[in-house]
Design a protein around this ligand. Structure first.
Ligand code: HPA
Ligand code: ZN
Length: 328
């Protein structure tokens, strides 16, 4: 068995960001929307930089208009994930895109997504859980609506609350009300930080939002005291190496700080972020890490065990995931 064949746990995946370009093109055709501008001649998504990526992402998402569309998306995403031997996955879902922040519309989208996820679990054995995610550049008021949707649907399937979007806009603390509401509803918390923001953005995430995981967080490496704090507080980083290289944080995987963070005792995990946008998938991530750092099956098993322990699911589900990892 190669490392790419190992069973995998993925904690950081944007639902729309995992949409195969063919599905988005098909939906655009059905709805008579002209999306030609977002694709490269070879059919992949095209963008210049992170802010342009976010606008291409939102254009692609604009053809996902109904709960049924989200059902089709979920089926396509989980087929891809299962083909990469992902056994457990957490996906970021935004009520802003699924019903415009309205709770009853959100419930309909969620129902369609869960139905597709149950069918995929029956077929492939893959387990999916949802993290409701607010979008930073939509601002704190929209985040409160998302948190309300999250609180109303919190349970064994919606297990977390998070924030993505443009890290250049505002501060983590501006969203404290939304994160407090989600925490009080029993949800576990994560936020994007330390990707385009420096170490201070990671500090803000820990101190102002009280998150237990951080999306990316890799730029913590620029501050040794912060690295120690992450290790001491056992905060898990959802690291997406391929995404970081494509978006220009590091010139290549060998220059990525994941190995140094791991050596410093920080809990690191590996995910794809928005796989078709970044020309990646979980197999490729493992192959790149193997090539850059010589990681072997044992290293990847440790990575996946860390991810299973940091997953936002209930304990029965965690035990099932750990058992699958142990038996491989
Ligand atoms: N980063 C931040 N926000 C996002 C992303 C991402 O990769 N994808 C969708 N929203
Ligand atoms: Zn992300």
């Amino acid at each position: 068995m190669t490392v790419a064949d190992l069973p995998k746990v993925e904690l950081h995946l944007h639902h729309e960001g995992a949409a195969p370009p063919d599905l988005i093109r098909q939906l655009a055709f059905e709805k008579k929307v002209d999306l030609a501008g977002i694709f490269r001649p070879d059919g992949s998504y095209g963008f210049r930089d992170f802010v342009h990526f976010l606008s291409v992402y939102e254009a692609a998402t604009s053809v996902l208009k109904t709960p049924e569309d989200y059902g089709r998306l979920t089926t396509a995403v989980l087929e891809q994930s299962a083909a990469n031997n992902v056994i457990y996955c957490e996906t970021f879902l935004s009520p802003d895109f699924c019903g415009g922040g309205d709770v009853s519309a959100w419930r309909e989208y969620l129902h369609a997504i869960r139905e597709a996820a149950e069918a995929a679990e029956a077929r492939y054995g893959i387990i999916l859980r949802g993290i409701v995610t607010c979008v930073r550049h939509f601002g704190p008021e929209a985040a409160k609506s998302s948190a309300l949707c999250a609180a109303e649907t919190a349970g064994d399937w919606i297990t977390g609350f998070g924030m993505g979007g443009d890290e250049g806009k505002g501060h983590q603390g501006d969203f404290a009300y939304a994160f407090d509401m989600a925490r009080e509803a029993g949800l576990k918390l994560t936020t994007h930080a330390g990707e385009f923001g420096g170490p201070d953005s990671v500090r803000e995430a820990i101190n102002d939002l009280n998150v237990v995981r951080i999306g990316h967080g890799v730029r913590a490496i620029e501050d040794a005291a912060l690295v120690r704090e992450l290790a001491d507080r056992q905060i898990t980083l959802e690291v997406c190496p391929g995404s970081n290289v494509v978006l220009g944080l590091y010139p290549n995987i060998a220059a990525h700080p994941i190995q140094t963070l791991r050596d410093a005792g920080v809990k690191v995990t590996v995910s794809t972020d928005d796989p078709p946008f970044f020309g990646t998938n979980m197999r490729r991530e493992y192959e790149m890490l193997e090539a850059a750092f010589g990681w072997q099956a044992d290293d990847f098993t440790q990575l996946n065990t860390t991810a299973a322990h940091a997953a936002f699911c209930d304990e029965d589900t965690r035990a099932r995931v750990l058992k699958t990892l142990e038996s491989t």
